[in-house]
Ligand binder design. Structure first.
Ligand code: GLN
Length: 460
């Protein structure tokens, strides 16, 4: 498969038309998404994609070249894209069609990217496996009988199955990095406030961020460069930018890697060994590593859920069946209902916000210890997911499901950025390495990821 960089240059020099690019993907989706391997990555395809591609070809002929000219972008079904359903893979919003573009979509269109379709996901982004979708699970293209991870399961699978060039997911506690890890691709959770959430249907508004999926580091850096930045429609955004890839890579870096025993201790033995092996290989680059003390990160999962339950409960109050779709309590699956009931319970007046406030305190502790750690080290490296994915349909407990995100949640709680990059396989299944960097230090995160990608190219 050619890289995004190579493809863009073919499109720009008109050796490949945008129309041909989209057509090839649509044919592949037709063969393999509902038929063939039955990946089930898409819930809806954009019927206008070919027409839009023709429009991009015309613009290219007239001399305009957007940063994403002619590339096919898949979008998680919790983002609003004009005229397409944003069902959140739920019966609740099954018939809801977006009447406007989320800010990220506007930015993609400005750079001549083409939305190819809306992807499958865990219902309302609640889950880590893709199995809570009301429209059937997505398969992992890298290991067909296994879950692809979640909740952005379809976006990750569509990139891994080569159904599109790039994809967007959302990450509240790991939903981009986790499926990226299981599917063997790149996934980025940007710093909180880097990317506009306008037009994203909330899971937990204080934690959600939209971010990219790609086959290589370049692809994610490019898409993030396009979608990042201040948006008047989302007051939580900052005026931060992602430099162009070549600018980031021009800088020579010497990195001090932080390794946390606490994170290693909650990682399965087989995965942990692979991480240790990878970190020692990085010494070839002349990088150093040291331990960092993160005493509270093992509380991340317990801290995260009360926050998510309360914020999700509050966000779902508008799905009362009067304005949009069905009343959520009538049609949603068990995981969504668990969160609504749990959120309702702990928000009750008699508790006076006790659980939510306690969780906020623990969140602050984690935020603080990570920022202390970043005074000593440049990045913190761990596995992305503590274990390898289970087989689709096998029964695991709620606690086990929640613990899939034990290594990714700390970055959301602290608002920092993190990337997952494929680096090894266990039982034929890809596993990802997580690189966490301070808030708005995306450039450093990409520099480190690119160096690791380069190093691994030889012997993955
Ligand atoms: N798996 C986590 C949850 O269920 C994370 C979800 C997400 O990041 N959207 O909440």
């Amino acid at each position: 498969m050619i890289t995004i960089k190579e493809k863009l240059s073919l499109i720009r020099t008109r050796k490949l038309s945008a129309e041909e690019n989209i057509k090839q993907f649509l044919e592949k989706i037709e063969r393999d998404d509902k038929k063939g391997r039955q990946i089930n990555a898409f819930l809806h395809l954009n019927k206008n994609a070919l027409g839009e591609a023709k429009g991009v070809d015309k613009k290219i002929r007239e001399g305009s070249v957007g940063k994403l000219a002619g590339l096919a972008i898949a979008v998680k079904s919790n983002m609003n894209v004009t005229g397409l359903p944003a069902s959140c893979a739920s019966k609740t919003l099954e018939n809801y069609k977006a009447g406007y573009d989320a800010s990220v979509i506007e930015k993609i269109r400005k750079e001549e990217g083409i939305i190819i379709g809306m992807t499958n996901m865990d219902e309302f982004a609640c889950g880590s496996s893709g199995e809570t979708s009301a429209f059937g699970p997505t398969k992992n293209p890298a290991s067909l009988e296994k879950i692809p991870g979640g909740s952005s399961s379809g976006s990750a699978a569509s990139v891994a199955a080569e159904f599109c060039d790039l994809a967007l997911g959302s990450d509240t506690g790991g939903s981009i990095r986790n499926p990226a890890s299981h599917c063997g691709i790149i996934g980025v959770k940007p710093s909180y406030g880097l990317v506009s959430r306008y037009g994203l249907i909330d899971l937990s508004m204080s934690l959600d961020q939209i971010g990219p999926f790609s086959q290589d580091v370049y692809g994610s850096a490019l898409l993030l460069n396009v979608i990042a930045g201040k948006d008047e429609k989302d007051p939580t955004t900052f005026n931060e930018k992602i430099p162009a890839y070549h600018e980031m890579l021009a800088e020579k870096i010497k990195i001090n890697i932080g390794i946390s025993n606490e994170l290693q201790n909650i990682t399965g033995k087989d995965v942990r060994k692979k991480v240790e092996g990878a970190v020692s290989r990085l010494k070839i680059l002349g990088w150093k590593s040291q331990n960092v003390d993160l005493k509270h990160v093992n509380l991340a999962v317990q801290t995260y859920y009360p926050l998510v339950y309360v914020e999700f409960f509050s966000a779902t109050r508008r799905f009362d069946g009067r304005r949009y779709g069905e009343r959520i309590e009538n049609v949603a699956g068990p995981e969504v209902l668990r969160r609504i009931l749990g959120g309702n319970e702990i928000s009750k007046a008699e508790y006076k916000g006790l659980y939510y406030r306690r969780a906020l305190k623990a969140k602050q502790l984690i935020e603080k210890e990570l920022s202390e750690a970043f005074k000593k080290v440049d990045v913190i490296i761990s596995a992305t997911v503590p274990r390898i994915p289970h087989k689709i349909g096998s029964s695991i407990t709620t606690e086990e499901m929640y613990s899939y995100d034990a290594l990714t949640i700390p970055a959301n709680l602290a608002g920092i950025c993190a990337i997952s990059i494929p680096f090894a396989r266990i039982d034929g299944c890809p596993i990802g390495l997580q690189i966490m960097a301070p808030s708005f230090a995306e450039a450093r995160m990409f520099q480190v990821a690119a160096a690791i990608e380069n190093l691994l190219k030889g012997g993955k």
